[in-house]
Design a protein around this ligand. Sequence first.
Ligand SMILES: Cc1ncc(COP(=O)(O)O)c(C=O)c1O
Length: 412
Amino acid sequence: MNYEKSRNFADFLDQQDGLSEYREQFNYPKDSSGKELIYFCGNSLGLQPKTVSSYLEKELSVWAEKGVIGQETRWIAFHERLEKSTAKLVGALPSEVVVMNALTVNIHFLLVSFYQPNEKRYKIMIEKDAFPSDHYAIQSQIRFHGYDPEQALVELVPRKDEKILRNDDILSSIQDHGDQLSLIYLGGVNYYTGQAFDMGEISKAGKAQGAIVGFNLAHSVGNLPLRLHDWDIDFSAWCTYKYLCAGPGSPSGVFIHERHHDWDGPRFLGWWGHNKDSRFQMPSVFDPILTSEGWQVSNAPVMGMAPLLASMEIYDKVGMNAIRSKGKELSSYMEYLIKEYIAEVDIITPKARGCQLSIVVPGGKDVFDYLSRQGVVCDWRNPDVIRVAPHPLFNTFTEVFEFVKILKKAIA
Ligand SMILES: Cc1ncc(COP(=O)(O)O)c(C=O)c1O
C-alpha cells in the first residue's frame, strides 16, 4: 500500500480495517486518569479477552457445585477442546498438537526425546541471541548427555557490522556442520530482532543433513501463518500468553510430527500420556497414546486453559490470514512513519517479520523511559533495543501514528 504521512491517513486506515471491531472484545489498559494507554506489548503479554471471566467462572462453578464429578464428566478431556483450533492455527493435524505444561518445561520434555547425541552427531544449532531460557535449556541438555556446550553448541551470529542473520548463512552453516548436527533449534521469529526465519527452507536443509529440526514458536504463533506439518518440522513448542492472549503463565502448545507418534525412543512419562481407555485401570506399565498426547505427563491445568479457550475462539473465528494481513500493515505503516519522521531511528527488524519492530534509538533507555511516562507500553531489551509490537486484534493505525509522534518528541 502507498502510505501517507498525515493523521487523516491513519484515520482512513482505521476506517478500512476489517478487524477494528475486535478491539472492543478486549479489556484495554488505562492510565491512572482513565486515558487508554498505547499498548504495543502483544509480543510479551497479550490483552485479556472480555470473555475470559465467563470461561473461568464456568469452571469455578462446576468445581463449586460438583467437585470431583467435574473431573469425571468435564475436565478429563478439557485439553481436547483446544485440539482443532490449535491444529488449524499452526498448520498441523489435530493429532500433532497438544496443550500442556509451560514453554521451557515442554522444551526440556521434547529435547529428552529429540536430542539423542552420539559421538559423531552431537551438535545443536541455535541463534546466539536466542531467548536466555532456550540457551539454558539447550546447554543443560547438552551437559546432561555428557557433552560440552563449547564443542556441541553451534551459535548463529550475524556477519560483522550486521544485526540480523542472512538466510543463506544459516543454510550454509547447516551444510558446514552436516553430519555432526544432531538438532537445529531456532526461534520461528527471533524475540530480540523480530526477524522471521524461513522455517520450510531450514527444515529442508536440516533434513538433507539428517538432523532433527525443532522450532520455538513463542513469537510466531498467532503472529504468522504456519504450516508445521507440510514444512516437515519434527517438533515445536510455544507459549500462549503473547499473541494468543491467554493470560500470564498460560499453558504452552506443542507440535510433534505424526511420523514420530509411534515412538519407542526416550521420553519422560506420566499418566496423562497413557492410553485413555485403560488409564483409570491404574496399570503400572505404560501404554502410550499414539499422538502428541503421548508426551503429556500431568492432567490439564483447567483454570489456566479456560482463558486460552476464550481467546482461541476469537482466533478461530478471525483466522490467521486476516490477522497476518493486518499485522503486516501495522508494522509496515509504522516503519514508513518512522522513516518519514525520525531519521535517527535504526529499525533492525527486516522485512521478513511478524508485527514486531525492534528499534535502536539515540538516547536508548532514556527514550524508552520517556515513552513509558507518556503512556506507551512497549519493552526494553538489553543491550540496546526497544521492541514495539502492535497487535492486529486490538491496536489501531491511529495508535501507530500517535506512537511515532511521541517517539519523535522523545528523541528530540
Ligand atoms: C523465545 C522464548 N523462549 C522461552 C520463553 C520462556 O517461556 P516460559 O517462561 O513460558 O517457559 C520465552 C518467554 O518469553 C520466549 O519468548
